[in-house]
Write a protein that binds this ligand. Structure first.
Ligand code: PLP
Length: 362
């Protein structure tokens, strides 16, 4: 199987396996125990904390380890207790939108390229605001947010800026001026279940999970060394510039096959290609590619299998269910891209020959 769906999750990186696997076998101790079996896991978790802090540009004590980005997003939104309501960008991941909704959040609209509308944000900030949640890079389109401009507005209004960087760690430099920063390891070679919320010193957060008082009382639950060590490794990874050229090669081929690249005018993450084939239902393309041995996604993993337009693309004014998401990662090769293009060519030809259209099957 050729894997071109890294924004959903990625295979473990060899360095991750080397460093993290021993914490599932011989060094299995609980890092909080008093006996000597706790020492190795405790030291490894603290090394991971230091590595993550170095990437994020913060102090190790500002890192709160969690079970992934979903949990970190909940902690960021629900943990900030101040007068006012949160603001969330309309294209956030559901793990931001859902807790936001439970707190009466208002949504910041995006333009047709998926970029935050700064004029709308400025207007929304006129009312008391607790925290503003804007993702670093969108999981479906790869669109990068203009975080310096967002931070200027948010901080001028006296609110806190939360940045979901789930798709960015292990792929590019950390954003600069956040107050709360979400990460997860499994999109770039880490294990699932290892994430963190980085919290600037002085911000009081009400914990979501109460119990044993791990993570200095900010997140209880037995520390899980293997995924956290893997996250620490991911924080040290750098991508090769050749991978962007591979994405561009796929994109050019897709355009040649009648594709329209989503958000082509926006700054985008190097690994993501979201492309629409007007009139061709994306679920048929995903299934066809799967039969050809290539794993890709329609819109997002959460909405794949469903033939509705993705909520993210709908916010951008695209209401047809004809978008394909191809996302590259640390192990993607020239040969993978060539096979992906070949499979796409065959699948589109077959669907078009059968005369199926997005409208026809809706
Ligand atoms: N935020 C974004 C932008 C994502 O792409 C994902 C991935 O699904 C998440 C949050 C949730 O991450 P996790 O699987 O670590 O809970």
């Amino acid at each position: 199987m050729i894997y071109l769906d890294h924004n959903a999750t990625s295979p473990a990186h060899p360095q991750v396996l080397e460093e993290a696997l021993p914490f599932l076998t011989e060094h299995f101790g609980n890092p909080s125990s008093a006996h000597s079996l706790s020492r190795r896991p405790r030291a490894a978790v603290e090394q991971a904390r230091a590595r993550l802090a170095a990437w994020a540009g913060c102090e190790a004590r500002e890192v709160v380890f969690t079970g992934g980005a979903t949990e970190a997003n909940h902690l960021a939104l629900r943990g900030v207790r101040r007068p006012g309501r949160p603001l969330v960008s309309a294209v956030e991941h559901p793990s931001v939108l859902a807790p936001g909704e439970s707190l009466g959040a208002e949504r910041i609209p995006v333009d047709g390229q998926g970029r935050i509308r700064l004029d709308a944000l400025a207007e929304l900030l006129r009312k008391p605001t607790t925290v503003v949640s804007v993702m670093a890079a969108n999981n479906e389109t790869g669109v990068l947010s203009d975080l310096p401009a967002v931070a200027d507005l948010v901080h001028h209004a006296g609110a806190l800026l939360h940045v979901d960087a789930a798709q960015v760690i292990g792929r590019r430099a950390a954003p600069g001026r956040w107050d709360l920063l979400t990460v997860t390891g499994h999109k770039a070679g880490g294990f699932k279940g290892g994430g963190a919320l980085c919290v600037r010193e002085g911000i009081h957060l009400a914990p979501e999970l109460l119990g044993g008082g791990q993570e200095r009382g900010r997140r209880s639950g037995t520390t899980n060394p293997a995924p956290l060590v893997s996250l620490g490794v991911v924080a040290t990874l750098e991508h090769s510039p050749e991978l962007r050229a591979l994405r561009d090669r796929f994109e050019q081929a897709a355009i040649g096959l009648g594709g329209v690249v989503t958000a082509s005018e926006a700054q985008r993450l190097w690994n993501t290609c979201n492309v629409r084939f007007p009139g061709v239902p994306s679920d048929l393309v995903v299934m066809g590619m799967d039969l050809e041995g290539v794993a890709v996604s329609a819109g997002s993993a959460c909405s794949s299998g469903a033939s509705q337009a993705s909520p993210v693309l709908t916010e951008m004014g695209i209401t047809t269910a004809d978008a394909l998401r191809v996302s590259l990662g640390w192990n993607t090769t020239q040969a993978d891209i060539a096979a992906g293009i070949a499979a796409l060519t065959v699948v589109l030809e077959r669907i078009r020959a059968q005369g199926l259209s997005a409208e026809g099957t809706a």
